[in-house]
Write a protein that binds this ligand. Sequence first.
Ligand code: ITT
Length: 187
Amino acid sequence: MRTIYFITGNKGKLKEAKSMLSKINVNVIQNNLGYPEIQADSLEDVASFGAKYIQKKIDSTFILEDAGLFIENLNGFPGVYSAYVFYTIGCNGILKLLDRVDTDIRIARFKSVLTYVEPDKKPRFLIGECHGKISKLEMGNQGFGYDPIFIPNGKTKTFAQMDTKEKNRNSHRGKSFKKLLRLLKDK
Ligand code: ITT
């Protein structure tokens, strides 16, 4: 069985990654090393900096993943600031910002930039996106982060009302990890 280290402090992401990679017998081990999340215009830049930083520290195959929520009505906010905004105002703060915005224009998308790195090799970036909308109320208690306020297109429930498998079938992370499965199958 192959082992891949996942550089993350987020247990929710780890659970979703394990569920995806168990399909091809890859063992995912969390590594809490952490990396500086630089202030940048794109998730790709944050991920690229993180990958180079970690590559200098460990000599094993690893992944890291940077995700963000982009709300159309707020010109893409919180985007690259999603972690800080979640920590400061949370889901409730986002709902307040959208207080007067009608249901049909609460358009948003999640983006996942999954970075796969083998020792001495260039990082590979695998992108997954999920389009949807921001709910009027927080709903559900599964998942993490903005899950209680995000409804993917074609569904009537939030990510927080789905179990890990259902979220993975619909989510940005499910899509980026699906690309990783394809990449690993060919190796
Ligand atoms: P890392 O240690 O892996 O960086 P993190 O929690 O800092 O974990 P990100 O920077 O990638 O993760 O995520 C930015 C924010 O977006 C953070 O507050 C997350 O909780 C939230 N987020 C990321 N993916 C999400 C998802 O699938 N559902 C809901 N919220 C999510």
